[in-house]
Design a protein around this ligand. Sequence first.
Ligand SMILES: O=P(O)(O)OC[C@H](O)CO
Ligand SMILES: [Mg+2]
Length: 202
Amino acid sequence: MASTGADESAAAAQPRAAISHVIFDMDGLLLDTEGFYTEVQEKILARYSKVFDWSVKAKMMGKKAIESARIFVDEFGLAGLLTPEQFLEQRESMLQALFPSCIKLPGVLRLVHHLHANGIPMAVATGSHKSHFALKTQNHQEMFSLMHHVVMGDDPEVKAGKPSPDIFLAAMRRFEGNVEPSKCLVFEDAPSGVAAAKIAGM
Ligand SMILES: O=P(O)(O)OC[C@H](O)CO
Ligand SMILES: [Mg+2]
């Protein structure tokens, strides 16, 4: 049965848990790096006369590097031509050259300062591994210094990448005190990241 206006206002009136902590994704959310991945992947695909596809991009976003490499090879029918490991090798020097020039997404610095000024503890949960994180954040130390901690994709506690909830649960556990998932607000750009946060109960 279709929902009525009364149903909708009753749902809107449901009390929600107050937010105590915030967890940010990084790539495509705090930092404008997703375009770099797209640019590099288009170049690699062109070597095999293949064309980039946004539905594949959406599946790759937010994952650990090797996970997204497997999706790339499978979805573009490159098995037998390129292994996921070779794909990562081919894109590495191009990405390393691009990452240091990344800029912040509009409004994020203001939001981070606002939350910090209001005493909301913040963390970052990114599928990026340590060496890429260092390249991307080298010009954004002011913003990242306001984070209580950062959890990266190559962290031992992150067994599987998003949509596994591992990374968000690890980020939650590293805040001080007892933090409830329902009081954590997650900011994400990737479909797999939104799913991960919901599975974590955030
Ligand atoms: O969106 P993030 O920060 O989890 O990063 C994931 C990859 O490095 C890029 O899609
Ligand atoms: Mg992201």
